[in-house]
Design a protein around this ligand. Sequence first.
Ligand SMILES: *Cc1c(COP(=O)(O)O)cnc(C)c1O
Length: 380
Amino acid sequence: MTGAIPRADLLAQHEAIAAEVRAAVERVMASGRYVLGPEVEAFESEFAAYCGAAHCVGTNSGTDALRFAVSACGLDTGDEVVTVALTAPATAFAIELAGAAPRFADVDPERCTLDPGAAAAAIGASTRALLPVHLYGQCADMGLLRRIAEERGLWLIEDAAQAHGAAYGGRRVGTLGHVACFSFYPTKNLGAYGDGGAVVTDDPELARRVRLLRDYGRTAETRHETVAGNSRLDELQAAILRVKLRRLDQWNERRRRHAERYRELMADLPLELPAPEDREQHVFHLYVVRTPRRDALRAHLAENGVATGVHFPVPVHRQPAYGGRDTPELPVTDACADEVLSLPMYPELGDADLERVADLAREFFADAHGASARARRYSS
Ligand SMILES: *Cc1c(COP(=O)(O)O)cnc(C)c1O
């Protein structure tokens, strides 16, 4: 067996950019400005431009970006947000932390993202927003979701924490709703060396409110307009993110090429592979395949040194945090949670790695086929 293949490899990425990162960090250390200084300002304008939006406001996490976006839209106690349960718990918890309540709707079986029909059906008298997640790096069905939001007079908030650089109809995520939220957690397609997040919007008033919420409600050095905490992106992370943003498109392109190669290698296996409707819509934060024999396949890969992940084995509505509360039936969400498997995916993967993963999957299904053929023979 050759070397182990991790699910993701942050060190490989660091090694490729170490000199530039070190220079950026040195520059910040020597500047004497460590919070909300020129690096954050520059990153905010560069990331807004990258998305094609007017404003970007850095925060200290994706969770806070979501929380602030919900609050900035004016939602509060008693208001509901229609969202998915097949996501990081942070999506739903951020809605709660803002004082509102999530109302879970099912996902569609192809994309595993918010099903527009289910979303429309979940809208009630207290619903004020739709909050789709661009899960695994793939855009939610934004054309239909936008139409529903417009017709029903709802805010449309994107959880783009897994989809930096993905686009829909020629427009990048961050510009597909009223406001979008990003995470720069280290493993994301654009990751910091620690925590970070951002809110992106074309709406100057939403951007202004988020700026208040991340920094003690401050409008001037000693003037505080609203009660708020402290959730700022720091200068070190912003300087590093600027280095990495310059490579994001190139890294996303490599992820797409790996996905195409996986598809070539595994198209004939009894595995459901991701097939984006449109290449631009998917930046493959994760490469997620589906099979009812997920756990056995996962064990076979692990025995042979290939690490995989499950995103997410327990949907949010089934977490203990929601224990005992009335939750709707979400059959597609539950089926996805039972069957999804995240194969190794990161820009620095080599072709030999992809081939080894595919060979092991082939071996698994060949064995399984052989075993069931043998079983049939013995039982007849
Ligand atoms: C990572 C993630 C978040 C939370 O971001 P943090 O920066 O870790 O707070 C929210 N939603 C989704 C879909 C995520 O993947």
